[in-house]
Each structure stands twice: as structure tokens, then as C-alpha cells.
Design a protein around this ligand. Structure first.
Ligand code: ZN
Length: 433
């Protein structure tokens, strides 16, 4: 079930996207009060934007624009909105989105394609271990996608390992949708309750929220830990509310596949110019086929690397590697640029560490200071030394390490209203990006 456009040549895919882009520009100019003003304000004659290369002439849309002028982005009357969602809002004010009936169809198509990419078929049953309510788009997208594909879905929701296992035994799902670190909790529960995980019906998990791979597509510590105990396939997906689109891995697991019928992808440097092929930069997207709230050149804030060689699965579309980090969380440390995920990966390597949180602050001389607060049941001199050595060897930085109680870290990690655990606190006055 690969859409024909995804198997076409790169030139054909580009021409197809350019045709869609021209339609989008006309639609925005007619229906979006934000973009209508944007085009006028920046003297943009949309009839001169015909190629993907012409896009650079339109200034990018930022999260700030979305927050400030949220309702101006709506292209339809409220009466046409079926579903209301908000973005996660981990930084700043959350943005609200509306979806029309047609947008829900688009979302269903997107997710069905993404499931199919990860080899899920109509004969599969999926257990959903994420939230479907709380104005959250992803859970609903999974439900709609499974329905469109004809697969079964069990909406268990987040957490509660006991209920998850009960459901696995009762309904025999073949795939799980989960945050990878939660899979570790499931393994732990199974081990404590004499459940043989490798005899369950589960053959794979579609993972969201946390990366599974290193930049060269080898397994990172987290997925190695899962796979050493539970012999299932782990598929990465990358998506966001703003994109309304997912990048899902195929069976060859070489990055998330781009669906050219749903979104235009650009990767830009710090000055908003396209990076050289294969270099990392900020992902900037233009949504296609969205009715209520389409976005043009939206800066996602995520640093990624694109891979463009054709994939063994037959798709000729671009693939996105694991997210390197959030642009806002970029840390400049003595001439080295690092992002928190690299540090998470390293900390996950230590079985002694129960939980942790990373704090970034400015020091007296204006550079970034990294403090890692660690909750461990047994603190030894040796652990501190091992951690420091590991950081110096792998990341060429030497952070300050503080041990506090596991409980205290949990309070810091789960602030009220947060949908996901916080792993990173930014106290810098002058932030990057
Ligand atoms: Zn592929």
C-alpha cells in the first residue's frame, strides 16, 4: 500500500509538490487573514512563486506568529470545525488548532499510510498506549488511521502496566503504540509478575516521543535495553500537531519517510537558508491539503538531518533521521554544540540512575553551564567518576553532577498540566534561537 507518488522519481515528486504549493498559496491568499497580510506586508506576489526554490522569498512563520495571531490563521468559519486540539505547549503559550471534516480525513490518510509504512495491515490489532483526549491530536490520529486501514485498535490510554498486560492477554494485539520508556515499565511489570513477554501476541511497537536510534540509525541505549529483553520490532515515528503529518519508518528503518502529498519539507540553517544536502538544520514545513489551519514555511524548532538516497522499500521520498534536538535547547559549551537528547542517551546507559533532570544556566562568564541532577538509590564516589568520564569521552563536556532524592526529581519532572515528563530545564537568560 505505497501511494504511487512516493515511488515516482525525485523530479516528478518535486513537480507534484510545486503544483500543490501553487494551489495552497491561492487558498491562503483568499482565506487566511494572517497570510493575506503577510504577503502584502512583505511585497510577495504569489503568482511568482512557482518552484520549491522560490519558497525562500517568503519569510518563515514562527511559533511566535502562531501564538500572537492564532485566530488569524484559521481559513474556515468556526461552524466547519469538528475537532479542537492544542499543541503540547512545553514552551510558552499553547496554540490551538481546529480540524474540519476534511482535515480529519487527511489525518486518517496520513496515519493509515504511516502504519502501512511500518508494515501494519488490516489483519493487525493495535493497542494504543497514549492519550486520546486532553485536546491531543496524536491519539485521535492513530484511532482514525487504524480505522481507515481496517486494523483493530484497543484504546487503553497511557500508563497502568497491569491494565496494559490484561488487555494484551485478552485481545492479543500484534502492535503497540507507546512511548519507548514505557515499554521498559511493561517489561519490568512482566518480570515481577511471571509474564513471559516473548510469548505474547505482540510483534512490534510504534514508538513516539523519544528517539530510538542514533544518527547512523544504529539502536540507541534505550532501544537496545528494550530489545535485549523483548524481541519485537521497534518503529520510530516523528510527528507534531502543527504538521498534522507523521514521518514513519519502513521495515528497513532508515529514517521516517516523507509523504509528499501531505507536506513540503525544507531544512534551514541559522539564517533561514537551505543547508547543503545531508547537513543538519531546522525542519521547516508547509502543510498540503489542510483546510482549517494550513501553515506556510513553519519553523518547527526541531533540528534534523534529511537522507535522500532511494530506500530499499521502493519509496523515493526523503527520510528524516532522529531529531538531533530542539533548536531552543541548543547548548554552546566551550566551542561544542550539543543538544539534550545526546545527554539523555548517555544517562540512560547507567542502570544505577533511577531518574534525572538536566538544568542549563548561564555562568559568570556568559557561557552555558550544565547541571545534571540525579536520583539514585545508591550514590557512590565511583558512579560520579564514571559519569564524568563518560561525558568527557562521549560529548567532550564535563557537567556538574548533583545527587538528590528520587522523589525530588519526580516532582521536578512532572509539573502540573504537562503531558510528558520534563527532562530538561532551561534557566538561561539569553536563549539561543
Ligand atoms: Zn523505506
Amino acid at each position: 500500500m505505497i501511494p504511487t507518488i512516493e515511488k515516482r522519481s525525485k523530479t516528478e515528486i518535486k513537480e507534484f509538490q510545486e503544483e500543490q504549493l501553487r494551489l495552497l498559496l491561492k487558498y491562503l491568499d483568499k482565506n487566511s487573514s494572517f497570510y493575506k497580510k503577510w504577503f502584502a506586508q512583505h511585497n510577495i506576489d504569489i503568482s511568482t512563486i512557482n518552484k520549491l526554490e522560490d519558497l525562500v522569498r517568503i519569510p518563515v512563520t514562527t511559533k511566535d506568529n502562531l501564538q500572537k495571531y492564532n485566530s488569524d490563521f484559521f481559513c474556515v468559519n468556526t461552524s466547519k470545525i469538528v475537532d479542537y486540539v492544542t499543541t503540547s505547549g512545553t514552551t510558552g503559550k499553547p496554540v490551538f488548532f481546529g480540524l474540519t471534516d476534511k482535515d480529519l480525513d487527511r489525518l486518517a490518510y496520513n496515519e493509515a499510510m504511516s502504519f502501512a509504512c511500518s508494515k501494519v495491515t488490516e489483519n493487525d490489532v493495535i493497542q494504543l498506549m497514549t492519550t486520546i483526549d486532553r485536546r491531543f491530536m496524536a491519539g485521535l490520529a492513530y484511532f482514525l488511521g487504524a480505522r481507515k486501514l481496517g486494523a483493530g485498535i484497543i484504546r487503553v490510554g497511557a500508563g497502568i502496566p497491569e491494565l496494559q498486560w490484561d488487555s494484551i492477554h485478552k485481545f492479543k494485539p500484534t502492535y503497540l503504540i507507546a512511548v519507548p520508556s514505557f515499554l521498559l515499565k511493561l517489561i519490568e511489570y512482566a518480570e515481577n509478575n511471571d509474564i513471559d513477554i516473548n510469548k505474547s501476541s505482540v510483534k512490534g511497537a510504534i514508538c513516539i516521543g523519544e528517539p530510538l536510534k542514533n544518527q547512523d540509525f544504529s539502536l540507541n541505549v534505550l532501544s537496545e535495553k528494550i530489545k535485549s529483553k523483548w524481541h519485537i520490532d521497534l518503529f520510530s515515528t516523528y510527528a507534531s500537531t502543527e504538521m498534522g503529518t507523521a514521518f514513519a519508518e519502513c521495515e528497513y528503518q532508515q529514517g521516517g519517510h516523507h509523504h509528499p502529498e501531505l507536506i513540503i519539507v525544507e531544512i534551514l540553517d541559522e539564517d533561514d537558508n537551505p543547508v547543503k544536502e545531508g547537513e543538519e538544520g531546522e525542519l521547516v514545513v508547509t502543510t498540503l491539503g489542510v483546510e482549517a489551519m494550513p501553515l506556510l514555511r513553519f519553523k518547527t524548532g526541531d533540528i534534523v538531518k534529511a537522507h535522500s538516497e532511494p530506500c530499499k522499500c521502493g519509496r523515493n521520498t526523503l527520510r528524516l533521521g532522529p531529531v538531533v534536538g530542539r533548536k531552543k535547547q541548543m547548548i554552546k559549551y566551550k566551542g561544542t554544540t550539543i543538544y539534550p537528547p545526546a545527554m539523555h542517551n548517555l544517562l540512560n546507559d547507567f542502570a544505577e540512575i533511577e531518574n534525572y533532570i538536566i538544568e542549563i544556566d548561564n555562568n559568570e562568564i556568559g557561557t552555558d553551564k550544565i547541571t545534571i541532577k540525579i536520583g539514585a538509590n545508591e550514590v557512590t564516589e565511583d558512579l560520579t567518576e564514571k559519569l564524568k568520564d563518560h561525558f568527557r569521552a562521549k560529548l567532550r563536556v564535563s557537567p556538574q553532577i548533583e545527587f538528590v532524592s528520587v522523589k525530588e526529581i519526580n516532582v521536578l519532572r512532572f509539573p502540573k498540566m504537562s503531558r510528558k515528563p520534563l527532562l530538561f530545564i532551561d534557566k538561561r537568560k539569553r536563549k539561543v534561537g
